[in-house]
Write a protein that binds this ligand. Structure first.
Ligand code: SAM
Length: 345
C-alpha cells in the first residue's frame, strides 16, 4: 500500500499504481502485474525534499522462474537480465573511439549508471493499457521498466550509439531516432511521456510544446532524476579526492556526481510556467545500487569530462581509479526524484 504522510498529502488525490514486473519472458505476450510490491512513498507537490523513504520488500512471487532480480533490486524478465549481464561481462574501458566520440561511452553508461526503481513507472496518471514514449531513452535504463508495465512503448533517442544498445537491451520497445524538440510521432498518439535523467538537456519550452502535441488530452508527463542519498559503502573517499583533483576547475558541476548543474539549479522548471501542463507533483524514491569494481570504474568513465579526455590521459586515470578500489562490491544509496503532471484538457 502506498502511504502518504498526512503532512505531505496536500494534493495527492490519486494513489500510485503499485508496480511489479510481469510474469512473462520477452518472447511471450505481456501479462499485467498481479502482485503488489509493498512500498512506502513520500509524495508531495512542493519543491522541498522529504526525508529519505524506506525501500519495500520484494514479494517472493516475483523471484519465480521467469524473473531475475538485478543487483539494484529491480525485477526483469530472465532474457532481459541475461542480455544486461552479457553486456556487463563484456565491459572494458573503451580504447577504440577517439575523445569526443558519441560511440565512446554508451557501454560505460550502461555498466556504471544507476537505473530506476520499478515503482517509478507506477505513477497514478498513466494506466497500464497505455501507449507511452520514453524521450531521451539512452541505453534504455527506464525503457526496460516501461515495457512490462504498459501496452506499447516507443523509445526516442537522438544519439545513434545509445540507440544501438537500446535496441539490443529493449527488443520489445519501438526505437526511434528523434529529439524532444522534434518528436517523430503523430499528434495525440500517446498517453504518457517519460524522460529520465534527460529533461534538463532539452530546450524546455520547445520540448513541452512538442510533448503536449503528441500526448492525448489529459495525458501525463513523468520526469525523473537520480540523486546521491548518502555515502557509498565501503568508502570511496580516496577516489573522490582524486577525481576532484583531476577534474577541470571550470566544470561547473560535481565531477563525480550525476547532479548536473542544469538540473540542480531548478532552471528546467521555468518552462512549465507558461506551458499547457498542470502543477508538477513530486516524490522521492529510494534507489540503491550495487556495483562491482568494474561497475564503479565504468560509472566514472561515463562522466562526460572523463570520456572527453584524450586516451593518454583518460586510460591512466581509469587505471588509477581502479587501483583505489579494493572492495568486491560497492553500495550506493541513490534517491530517484520523480515529477509528474498532466496535460490540461
Ligand atoms: C543522461 S542520459 C539518460 C538516458 C536514459 N533516459 C537513462 O535514464 O538512462 C540523457 C539522454 O538524453 C539524450 N538527449 C540529449 N539531448 C536530447 C534532446 N534534446 N532530446 C532527446 N534526447 C536528448 C542523450 O542522447 C542521452 O541519451
Amino acid at each position: 500500500m502506498i502511504r502518504v504522510p498526512a503532512s505531505m498529502a496536500r494534493t495527492t488525490p490519486e494513489t500510485f499504481r503499485p508496480l511489479v514486473g510481469h510474469a512473462a519472458t520477452v518472447l511471450q505476450p505481456v501479462r499485467r502485474p498481479q502482485t503488489l510490491m509493498a512500498t512506502r512513498w513520500a509524495v508531495r507537490d512542493s519543491n522541498t525534499r522529504p526525508p529519505a523513504c524506506k525501500a519495500g520488500a520484494l514479494p517472493t512471487e516475483l523471484t519465480a522462474r521467469a524473473h531475475r532480480v538485478s543487483a539494484s533490486g529491480v525485477v526483469y524478465p530472465a532474457a532481459v537480465l541475461a542480455a544486461l549481464n552479457a553486456c556487463a561481462a563484456a565491459w572494458r574501458p573503451n580504447i577504440g573511439m577517439p575523445a569526443g566520440s558519441g560511440d565512446r561511452w554508451p557501454e560505460d553508461y550502461e555498466r556504471g549508471r544507476p537505473g530506476y526503481p520499478a515503482e517509478a513507472v507506477g505513477v497514478p496518471c498513466v494506466l497500464p493499457a497505455s501507449s507511452v514514449l520514453d524521450l531521451g531513452a539512452g541505453t534504455g535504463k527506464l525503457t526496460r521498466l516501461l515495457v512490462p508495465a504498459f501496452d506499447e512503448v516507443v523509445a526516442a533517442e537522438p544519439a545513434e550509439a545509445m540507440r544501438r544498445l537500446l535496441t539490443t537491451l529493449c527488443p520489445r520497445a519501438r526505437v526511434l531516432a528523434g529529439s524532444a524538440e522534434e518528436i517523430p510521432l503523430a499528434d495525440a498518439c500517446v498517453d504518457g511521456v517519460f524522460a529520465a535523467e534527460a529533461f534538463h538537456w532539452f530546450d524546455g519550452e520547445r520540448a513541452l510544446a512538442e510533448i503536449a502535441q503528441v500526448l492525448r488530452p489529459g495525458g501525463a508527463l513523468v520526469l525523473m532524476w537520480n540523486l546521491p542519498a548518502g555515502p557509498t559503502e565501503p568508502s570511496i573517499a580516496a577516489l573522490d579526492e582524486l577525481v576532484q583533483e583531476r577534474a577541470p576547475r571550470d566544470l561547473g558541476y560535481d565531477p563525480s556526481d550525476l547532479n548536473a548543474s542544469t538540473y540542480a539549479s531548478g532552471a528546467w522548471r521555468d518552462a512549465f510556467a507558461e506551458s499547457r501542463f498542470e502543477q508538477l507533483q513530486e516524490a522521492w524514491l529510494p534507489n540503491p545500487q550495487t556495483l562491482d569494481r568494474d561497475g564503479m570504474v565504468a560509472f566514472l568513465a561515463s562522466m562526460g569530462w572523463i570520456a572527453a579526455l584524450p586516451d593518454d590521459e583518460r586510460l591512466p586515470l581509469l587505471d588509477r581509479i581502479r587501483s583505489l578500489l579494493d572492495a568486491d562490491e560497492y553500495r550506493r544509496p541513490w534517491e530517484t526524484h520523480l515529477c509528474w503532471t498532466r496535460l490540461r484538457r
